[in-house]
Write a protein that binds this ligand. Structure first.
Ligand code: ZN
Ligand code: ZN
Length: 320
């Protein structure tokens, strides 16, 4: 599970930060999932190491332009240039009508299937390895946060040890791999757990933007390995955060703290904190770290490898 930030500015792009989009690479299955798709997201993908041909799912938080204006361009290019097989898009009601209207008036046809799923709080996608759920946030319009959870996997089956114990290969191995107890023809009772390594704990990522501090975000982020949370404003500008229903950096940190996450990555920064201004982004980072020390500030093209639980803290996982 590898996260790449493609846009970290709120509202409008700046010279160094594009508007919202986060890519999640799932290397084990050569898939790319996107969270939000602000204008210019396809250009950002081209400038990254991500492969557009691997794009398979897009999750949209809400219908504000800085989160969706890149969608039509990206989807149209996927048909012309990429060899995308199928894209499933998840988002609030209105998203399908928006795309249908854009298709109709721009005389665009996708050369591959695109399916839009209108989401409601709860589980919105599940397969053998992943479960994706969404929950309501608190913003000026309906906005959803997303949680991607990798399922726990049984530990690696020790084939060598099984051979040493002279357990006949075949279906018995399958049972033991699943942790079941098996009685062999010679009467020996073998517990699968003895032959399997420790369970691999699945990784969990939560993506919460745009929102002011709310219980929905805390619930969604519960025990996550990484929380990506918006921090549009500095604490000093909290009145603007309340007016526009965005978060301050301290609200993002409070959410991370309340949810007990392992790491907070802040994004969606107001351009007003550019270097040289009274308040700068480093001040937002300082404020957040006072509450939740394991906070980082995202920047465009920042990559974060979500570590497995046992790897946590043993190595740095952020490449700049
Ligand atoms: Zn926004
Ligand atoms: Zn918004």
């Amino acid at each position: 599970m590898q996260i790449t930030f493609l846009g970290t500015s709120s509202g409008v792009p700046t010279r160094s930060r594009n508007v919202s989009s986060v890519a999640l690479r799932l290397p084990q299955r050569a898939e790319l999932w996107l969270f939000d798709c602000g204008e210019g997201t396809q250009h950002q993908i081209l400038r990254s190491d991500l492969k557009i041909s691997q794009l398979s799912r897009i999750f949209i938080t809400h219908m504000h332009g800085d989160h969706i204006f890149g969608l039509m361009g990206l989807l149209a290019s996927c048909g012309l240039a990429g060899n995308v097989k199928r894209v499933d898009i998840y988002g609030p009601s209105g998203l399908n009508e928006y795309l249908q209207a854009a298709l109709r008036y721009s005389h665009t046809h996708f050369s591959y299937p695109v399916k839009v799923h209108t989401v409601h709080p709860g589980v919105i996608y599940e397969d053998d390895e992943f479960i994706v759920s969404c929950g309501l946030l608190h913003h000026r319009i309906t906005a959803f946060g997303y949680r991607v959870a990798e399922k726990d996997r049984p530990g690696r089956f020790d084939v060598e040890k099984a051979k040493e114990l002279q357990i006949p290969s075949g279906p018995i191995y399958g049972k033991l791999k699943r942790g079941e107890t098996v009685t062999l023809a010679d009467g020996r009772v073998i517990h699968g757990d003895q032959l399997c390594g420790n369970t691999e704990i699945g990784r969990k990522m939560a993506y919460c933007t745009d929102t002011i501090y709310c219980d929905g975000a805390v619930q969604l982020a519960q025990d996550a390995d990484v929380l990506i949370h918006e921090a549009t404003f500095a604490h000093q500008d909290a009145d603007m955060a309340f007016q526009r229903l965005h978060s301050t950096s301290t609200m993002a940190a409070q959410t991370a703290y309340a949810a007990g996450v392992n790491r907070l990555l802040m994004t969606h920064f107001s351009p007003r904190y550019a270097p040289g201004n009274d308040i700068e982004l480093k001040d937002l980072l300082r404020e957040a770290r006072a509450i939740f020390p394991k906070t980082e500030m995202a920047h465009d093209f920042m990559i974060y490898d979500v570590p497995r639980r046992r790897e946590i803290d043993s190595k740095s996982t952020i490449h700049n």
